[in-house]
Design a protein around this ligand. Structure first.
Ligand SMILES: Nc1ncnc2c1ncn2[C@@H]1O[C@H](COP(=O)(O)OP(=O)(O)O)[C@@H](O)[C@H]1O
Ligand SMILES: O=C(O)C1=C[C@@H](OP(=O)(O)O)[C@@H](O)[C@H](O)C1
Ligand SMILES: [Mg+2]
Length: 170
Protein backbone atom coordinates (compact mmCIF):
# COMPACT_ATOMS: atom_id res chain seq x y z
CA UNK A 1 0.00 0.00 0.00
CA UNK A 2 1.43 3.41 -0.87
CA UNK A 3 1.23 6.63 1.07
CA UNK A 4 -2.21 7.90 2.03
CA UNK A 5 -3.34 11.55 2.10
CA UNK A 6 -6.42 12.19 4.27
CA UNK A 7 -8.50 15.14 3.10
CA UNK A 8 -11.80 16.76 4.06
CA UNK A 9 -13.36 19.68 5.88
CA UNK A 10 -12.16 20.92 9.28
CA UNK A 11 -13.43 18.59 11.98
CA UNK A 12 -13.94 15.51 9.79
CA UNK A 13 -11.24 13.67 11.79
CA UNK A 14 -8.15 13.78 9.56
CA UNK A 15 -5.72 14.32 12.42
CA UNK A 16 -7.37 11.86 14.83
CA UNK A 17 -7.91 9.09 12.30
CA UNK A 18 -4.58 9.67 10.56
CA UNK A 19 -2.67 9.02 13.77
CA UNK A 20 -4.64 5.80 14.39
CA UNK A 21 -4.26 4.62 10.80
CA UNK A 22 -0.51 5.17 10.84
CA UNK A 23 -0.21 3.20 14.10
CA UNK A 24 -2.32 0.38 12.66
CA UNK A 25 -0.27 0.13 9.46
CA UNK A 26 3.12 0.77 11.10
CA UNK A 27 3.49 3.86 8.86
CA UNK A 28 4.95 7.25 9.75
CA UNK A 29 2.32 9.87 10.62
CA UNK A 30 2.58 13.42 9.29
CA UNK A 31 0.12 16.20 10.06
CA UNK A 32 0.81 19.14 7.74
CA UNK A 33 -0.56 21.71 10.21
CA UNK A 34 1.76 20.37 12.90
CA UNK A 35 4.75 20.44 10.51
CA UNK A 36 3.96 24.06 9.65
CA UNK A 37 3.67 24.92 13.35
CA UNK A 38 7.05 23.29 14.08
CA UNK A 39 8.75 25.02 11.16
CA UNK A 40 7.21 28.44 11.79
CA UNK A 41 7.56 28.23 15.57
CA UNK A 42 3.97 29.35 16.08
CA UNK A 43 0.42 27.97 15.98
CA UNK A 44 -1.73 28.02 12.83
CA UNK A 45 -3.91 30.68 14.48
CA UNK A 46 -0.86 32.86 15.20
CA UNK A 47 0.39 32.30 11.63
CA UNK A 48 -2.95 33.54 10.21
CA UNK A 49 -2.99 36.62 12.41
CA UNK A 50 0.68 37.47 11.77
CA UNK A 51 0.91 36.81 8.01
CA UNK A 52 -2.67 36.29 6.70
CA UNK A 53 -4.35 33.45 4.84
CA UNK A 54 -2.53 33.97 1.51
CA UNK A 55 0.86 33.43 3.17
CA UNK A 56 -0.53 30.40 5.03
CA UNK A 57 -1.71 28.80 1.74
CA UNK A 58 1.75 29.27 0.20
CA UNK A 59 3.46 27.86 3.29
CA UNK A 60 1.22 24.76 3.56
CA UNK A 61 1.69 23.99 -0.17
CA UNK A 62 5.44 24.27 0.23
CA UNK A 63 5.41 21.90 3.20
CA UNK A 64 3.16 19.45 1.32
CA UNK A 65 5.57 19.27 -1.60
CA UNK A 66 8.91 19.53 0.21
CA UNK A 67 8.48 17.01 3.01
CA UNK A 68 10.53 13.85 2.45
CA UNK A 69 7.80 11.25 3.08
CA UNK A 70 8.74 7.62 2.74
CA UNK A 71 6.39 5.30 0.87
CA UNK A 72 4.92 4.15 4.19
CA UNK A 73 3.33 7.40 5.27
CA UNK A 74 -0.08 8.65 6.39
CA UNK A 75 -0.45 12.37 5.81
CA UNK A 76 -3.25 14.38 7.43
CA UNK A 77 -3.76 17.62 5.51
CA UNK A 78 -5.36 20.89 6.59
CA UNK A 79 -8.99 21.23 5.43
CA UNK A 80 -8.29 23.92 2.84
CA UNK A 81 -5.13 22.44 1.32
CA UNK A 82 -6.69 20.40 -1.55
CA UNK A 83 -8.50 23.52 -2.79
CA UNK A 84 -5.43 25.66 -3.57
CA UNK A 85 -2.87 25.63 -6.39
CA UNK A 86 -2.29 22.17 -7.90
CA UNK A 87 -2.18 20.51 -4.47
CA UNK A 88 -4.93 17.99 -5.23
CA UNK A 89 -3.24 16.80 -8.44
CA UNK A 90 0.10 16.69 -6.66
CA UNK A 91 -1.26 14.45 -3.89
CA UNK A 92 -2.93 12.14 -6.42
CA UNK A 93 0.37 11.81 -8.26
CA UNK A 94 2.24 11.00 -5.03
CA UNK A 95 -0.16 8.68 -3.21
CA UNK A 96 -3.78 7.81 -2.57
CA UNK A 97 -6.16 10.58 -1.60
CA UNK A 98 -8.94 9.64 0.83
CA UNK A 99 -11.89 12.02 1.45
CA UNK A 100 -13.60 11.76 4.84
CA UNK A 101 -17.10 13.07 4.16
CA UNK A 102 -19.41 14.49 6.86
CA UNK A 103 -22.46 16.77 6.96
CA UNK A 104 -22.19 20.42 8.08
CA UNK A 105 -24.27 19.66 11.18
CA UNK A 106 -21.97 16.89 12.40
CA UNK A 107 -18.88 18.93 11.50
CA UNK A 108 -20.24 21.87 13.52
CA UNK A 109 -20.88 19.66 16.54
CA UNK A 110 -17.34 18.27 16.39
CA UNK A 111 -15.87 21.76 15.99
CA UNK A 112 -17.80 23.42 18.81
CA UNK A 113 -14.80 23.03 21.13
CA UNK A 114 -12.00 23.36 18.58
CA UNK A 115 -12.74 26.79 17.12
CA UNK A 116 -10.00 28.78 18.84
CA UNK A 117 -7.28 26.90 16.97
CA UNK A 118 -9.14 27.29 13.64
CA UNK A 119 -9.01 30.95 12.61
CA UNK A 120 -11.69 30.63 9.90
CA UNK A 121 -14.28 29.53 12.48
CA UNK A 122 -13.34 31.56 15.50
CA UNK A 123 -16.19 34.05 15.52
CA UNK A 124 -19.00 31.74 14.38
CA UNK A 125 -21.56 30.18 16.71
CA UNK A 126 -24.65 27.96 16.54
CA UNK A 127 -26.66 28.20 13.32
CA UNK A 128 -24.22 30.75 11.90
CA UNK A 129 -21.42 28.17 12.26
CA UNK A 130 -23.48 25.49 10.47
CA UNK A 131 -24.36 27.93 7.64
CA UNK A 132 -20.72 28.99 7.25
CA UNK A 133 -19.60 25.34 7.07
CA UNK A 134 -22.33 24.52 4.52
CA UNK A 135 -21.25 27.41 2.25
CA UNK A 136 -17.53 26.68 2.52
CA UNK A 137 -18.08 22.96 2.01
CA UNK A 138 -20.13 23.65 -1.14
CA UNK A 139 -17.21 25.76 -2.42
CA UNK A 140 -14.65 23.07 -1.62
CA UNK A 141 -16.46 19.84 -2.40
CA UNK A 142 -15.53 19.73 -6.11
CA UNK A 143 -11.91 19.43 -4.97
CA UNK A 144 -12.57 16.87 -2.25
CA UNK A 145 -14.65 14.75 -4.63
CA UNK A 146 -11.60 14.23 -6.86
CA UNK A 147 -10.18 11.86 -4.22
CA UNK A 148 -9.51 8.27 -5.29
CA UNK A 149 -11.45 7.01 -2.25
CA UNK A 150 -14.46 8.70 -0.62
CA UNK A 151 -16.02 7.48 2.62
CA UNK A 152 -18.78 8.56 4.98
CA UNK A 153 -16.94 9.72 8.10
CA UNK A 154 -19.48 9.12 10.84
CA UNK A 155 -18.41 5.67 11.96
CA UNK A 156 -15.16 5.46 10.07
CA UNK A 157 -12.35 3.46 11.70
CA UNK A 158 -8.70 2.97 10.80
CA UNK A 159 -9.53 -0.64 9.93
CA UNK A 160 -12.24 0.49 7.49
CA UNK A 161 -9.91 3.04 5.86
CA UNK A 162 -7.33 0.31 5.30
CA UNK A 163 -9.96 -1.98 3.76
CA UNK A 164 -11.31 0.76 1.46
CA UNK A 165 -7.83 1.71 0.28
CA UNK A 166 -6.85 -1.89 -0.40
CA UNK A 167 -10.10 -2.56 -2.32
CA UNK A 168 -10.25 0.77 -4.17
CA UNK A 169 -9.82 -0.65 -7.65
CA UNK A 170 -12.02 -3.72 -7.25
N1 LIG B 1 -14.70 9.47 15.00
C1 LIG B 1 -14.91 10.55 15.77
N2 LIG B 1 -16.03 10.63 16.51
C2 LIG B 1 -16.28 11.71 17.27
N3 LIG B 1 -15.46 12.78 17.38
C3 LIG B 1 -14.34 12.76 16.66
C4 LIG B 1 -13.99 11.66 15.82
N4 LIG B 1 -12.81 11.93 15.20
C5 LIG B 1 -12.44 13.14 15.64
N5 LIG B 1 -13.33 13.63 16.54
C6 LIG B 1 -13.26 14.93 17.24
O1 LIG B 1 -13.55 15.94 16.28
C7 LIG B 1 -12.69 17.05 16.46
C8 LIG B 1 -11.91 17.29 15.17
O2 LIG B 1 -11.03 16.18 14.92
P1 LIG B 1 -9.67 16.36 14.13
O3 LIG B 1 -9.05 15.01 14.06
O4 LIG B 1 -8.87 17.46 14.72
O5 LIG B 1 -10.22 16.79 12.69
P2 LIG B 1 -9.49 17.51 11.47
O6 LIG B 1 -8.02 17.24 11.60
O7 LIG B 1 -10.11 16.88 10.27
O8 LIG B 1 -9.85 18.96 11.59
C9 LIG B 1 -11.80 16.71 17.65
O9 LIG B 1 -12.37 17.30 18.80
C10 LIG B 1 -11.85 15.21 17.73
O10 LIG B 1 -11.66 14.76 19.05
O1 LIG C 1 -10.01 24.35 6.32
C1 LIG C 1 -9.11 25.22 6.46
O2 LIG C 1 -9.01 26.19 5.69
C2 LIG C 1 -8.14 25.05 7.58
C3 LIG C 1 -8.09 23.84 8.25
C4 LIG C 1 -7.22 23.60 9.41
O3 LIG C 1 -6.86 22.22 9.51
P1 LIG C 1 -7.93 21.09 9.98
O4 LIG C 1 -8.75 20.72 8.80
O5 LIG C 1 -7.07 19.95 10.46
O6 LIG C 1 -8.75 21.69 11.08
C5 LIG C 1 -5.97 24.49 9.31
O7 LIG C 1 -5.17 24.05 8.22
C6 LIG C 1 -6.35 25.93 9.13
O8 LIG C 1 -7.02 26.36 10.29
C7 LIG C 1 -7.21 26.17 7.88
MG1 LIG D 1 -6.28 18.44 11.58
Amino acid sequence: MSRIFLIGFMGCGKTTLGRKLAARLGYTFYDLDHLLEEQAGMSVAEYFSSFGETAFRLAEAEILKNTAYGEKAVISTGGGLPCFFDNMDWMKAHGITFYIKLSPKILASRLAHGKEERPLLRDKHGDELIAFIADKLAERESFYEQAQVIAEGLSLTAEKVEELVLNRNL
